[in-house]
Write a protein that binds this ligand. Structure first.
Ligand SMILES: [Zn+2]
Length: 117
């Protein structure tokens, strides 16, 4: 598996988790027996399912924009493999903040990507 494949899988997995939760909600509500007191909870679960599917679509769209930018050389890129960097994490024990590469999982210090922002 190449670094680019791992980066695309990580971006896709982050966008897919709300859809999996929505499918779980659909399966749970479909498995409910027909009882009047459970029907009162059906509408909130339907709204939650729609909201989760919308969130998944928005995250997938954001991932597509990030990958499009990456294919054109834009964005915060890893200096080792050239893949996109993930979210900024706080540094531990007084060290500077850092981002983890989505491809090779190496940490990049803020001083190494601050000039790209
Ligand atoms: Zn990397």
């Amino acid at each position: 598996m190449t670094h680019e494949t791992r980066m695309i899988l990580r971006l896709s997995a982050f966008a897919a988790w709300p859809a999996f939760v929505a499918l779980g909600l659909l399966a749970a509500t479909g498995a409910w027996p027909q009882r009047p007191f459970l029907d009162a909870f059906a509408a909130p679960f339907e709204y939650a399912t729609l909201a989760l599917l919308g969130l998944s679509f928005a995250l997938a769209l954001h991932a597509c924009f990030r990958l499009y930018g990456w294919s054109h050389g834009r964005g915060l890129l890893c200096q080792r493999c050239g893949c996109l960097l993930g979210r900024e994490r706080p540094g531990k024990w007084g060290r500077s903040d850092y981002r983890r590469c989505l491809g090779c999982s190496s940490n990049t210090s803020k001083r190494d990507y601050a000039f790209m922002e």
